[in-house]
Design a binder for this molecule. Structure first.
Ligand SMILES: [Zn+2]
Length: 115
């Protein structure tokens, strides 16, 4: 009997530990974390080392990628010249804000804005 109760007591404690673990961490959260980590890994595998280095350096001080809207950088809120934007859209230069150096996600140009 003692052996049985010892086993049951241990089982009970383990179940409590498991429940507390699920409350604190959450099985679903763990699965999401694993899935996200895998996805991030795949994405990073498709980016050059140079860009990753830049990206990681930018991320340490805020967003690494910002949107351009109406010729304004979403990171530093300074205007990017039409010439710079056109060079970026023609992929003659990297899509990087000349002011703050963040990756600049360019908006779709209005037809009148393209020369
Ligand atoms: Zn900027």
């Amino acid at each position: 009997m003692r052996d049985l109760l010892t086993a049951l007591l241990e089982l009970q404690e383990l179940e409590i530990v498991l429940e507390e673990s699920q409350i604190v961490h959450g099985d679903a959260t763990a699965q999401v974390a694993v899935a996200l980590t895998a996805r991030i890994g795949r994405l990073r595998a498709g980016v050059s080392t140079q860009d990753l280095r830049r990206f990681d350096a930018l991320r340490r001080s805020g967003p690494a990628v910002v949107r351009e809207r109406g010729g304004t950088c979403g990171g530093c809120h300074l205007n990017v010249t039409r010439g710079d934007l056109n060079r970026m859209r023609r992929c003659e230069v990297d899509w990087v804000c000349p002011n703050c150096g963040r990756y600049l996600f360019l908006s779709e140009p209005r037809p009148s804005a393209v020369e």
